[in-house]
Design a protein around this ligand. Structure first.
Ligand code: GRF
Length: 207
């Protein structure tokens, strides 16, 4: 059993997928705390319904990203979190947070990285004209959507797809993939091999 701290900014459907997987006993974890940088995030309501402690940490009240992250780390530590999950958290995290949870910060991104990083993945994928897209669960490093890849899932992009319909299809696979990866974390199967000679660090998931 691992303790998760889930960081959100919005609807929290991935958070809900985590709750549902815990309920179904396919994920051996406890959500120790949910933190949002948006007071109105619907995900906070989902957490309250699941009787999970919530914290609103307003990024606008902090002088810089590192001091915001430091406040977030305090909350995560108070709740004895083992793994941090960025689930629709629309802030760039700093080494302040990453160094507090080394190789224990996971993000879900709605594209097949390294294609289409950043905040407009679906718009960019449609504009490019790709025929497949999907989602990526990865460890977070100091870059934006650049960390070692843990898992990916694919969806076809159809002729008639727009940003909204693609987002919906991708969310469906996100909700399967994220809890599955977190279960691998719970089973202690994830390790990171540092990149040699300037190569990327890689994740190993033991069978
Ligand atoms: C998801 O598409 C996730 O990949 C991205 O933001 C969206 C969050 O959705 N980072 P939700 O808040 O989990 O519903």
């Amino acid at each position: 059993m691992i303790k998760l701290g889930v960081l959100i900014s919005g609807s929290g459907t991935n958070l809900q997928a985590i709750f549902d997987s815990i309920e179904k006993k396919t994920l051996d974890a406890e959500v120790a705390v949910v933190i949002s940088n948006k007071a109105e995030a619907v995900g906070l309501e989902r957490a309250k319904k699941a009787a999970v402690p919530t914290h609103f940490v307003d990024h606008k009240k902090f002088a810089d990203r590192a001091s915001f992250d430091s406040a977030v780390v305090d909350v995560l530590r108070d709740h004895k979190v083992d793994w941090v999950v960025l689930a629709g958290f629309m802030r760039i995290v700093t080494p302040m947070l990453l160094d507090s949870f080394p190789n224990r910060v996971v993000n879900i991104h709605p594209s097949l990285l390294p294609a289409f990083p950043g905040a407009h993945a679906h718009r960019d994928a449609i504009a490019y004209g790709v025929k497949i897209s999907g989602c990526t669960v990865h460890l977070v490093d100091a870059g934006t959507d650049t960390g070692p890849i843990l898992a990916q899932a694919v969806v076809p992009v159809s002729e008639g797809d727009d940003e909204a319909s693609l987002a919906q299809k991708v969310l469906y696979v996100e909700h399967q993939l994220l809890p599955r990866v977190l279960q691998q974390a719970a089973e202690g199967r994830i390790s990171v091999e540092p990149g040699k000679d300037g190569e990327r660090a890689r994740v190993r998931i033991r069978a």
